[in-house]
Design a protein around this ligand. Structure first.
Ligand SMILES: NC(=O)CC[C@H](N)C(=O)O
Length: 250
């Protein structure tokens, strides 16, 4: 038996079908090198894993859905057979989940400002977060920007946030569920998330206050790209708060 076998394995998956998965894996690998050598983690072994097929979901303690192009990701997930098991796992509450930018779009209950009918297939959302997400809320690629933000109850302050054709949380949903239309999609509901949606951060743009980070129990959703700055504090907070605390409590 190797030393690693006797430890509790904490595996964080990164959805790697499209988008900035390499950058997320790089951040996790740097963070996990530090965590694996810390004396207080002597009973734990942290590892990052690419997620491309249903079998990659086995044994995960956490999952990151990355930024990129949500329509493309939705189609690739449906094509590979990963969509359904992924949606069930995200909604189950069994692991910590973080959707960022396109990943946030995918884990929303409702997505607006989108094309739904894509010929042979439809744009489908995975669900999990009881919010309505508006795609491309800040405009086009040229309207991308960076802004330093702080996040409620996270200890992550003055973090440089990169917004690229970013979505925002346009509303928090109550018991009344919206229905899909030609330009908005709603997810299939497998399991109810009984936690309230908490707003963690907002930005002011053109006289409007826009929600760019939320939490609902085991799920974190952010509009920006934390993997594009050389600062892994946000990844560390996700692992501490959504992955580690849950694995240890379980
Ligand atoms: N940076 C991103 O992830 C952009 C998301 C993209 N605009 C979408 O709707 O999928």
């Amino acid at each position: 038996m190797t030393q690693q076998d006797s430890k509790t394995h904490v595996v964080v998956g990164v959805l790697s079908v499209q988008g900035s998965f390499r950058e997320h894996l790089d951040h996790l690998n740097v963070l996990f090198t530090d965590l694996n050598s810390a004396p207080e983690n002597s009973q734990l072994h942290f590892a990052a894993r690419t997620v491309r097929q249903p079998k990659d979901l086995d044994g995960l303690s956490g999952l990151i859905l990355v930024g990129g192009e949500s329509t493309t990701m939705s189609l690739l997930l449906q094509h590979s057979g990963l969509f359904e098991p992924l949606a069930r796992l995200i909604q189950s509450g069994k692991i910590g989940v973080w959707g960022t930018c396109a990943g946030l779009i995918l884990i929303a209950y409702q997505v607006t400002n989108t094309k739904v009918d894509l010929g042979r297939r439809k744009f489908r959302a995975l669900g999990g977060l009881d919010v309505s997400i508006e795609r491309n809320s800040f405009g086009r690629q040229v309207d991308s920007f960076t802004q330093e933000l702080s996040f409620q109850a996270s200890g992550v302050n003055s973090f440089e946030c990169v917004f690229i054709r970013a979505p925002v949380v346009s509303s928090i949903l109550g018991r009344e569920r919206p229905v899909g239309t030609e330009s908005s999609v709603v997810a299939d509901l497998f399991q109810t998330n009984n936690h309230p949606v908490e707003v963690l951060s907002e930005v002011e743009k053109n006289g409007k206050t826009l929600i760019v980070a939320v939490r609902q129990g085991h799920i974190l959703g952010t509009s920006f790209h934390p993997e594009l700055v050389p600062d892994y504090r946000f990844h560390k907070w996700f692992v501490d708060e959504f992955v580690l605390r849950r694995s240890i409590d379980a």
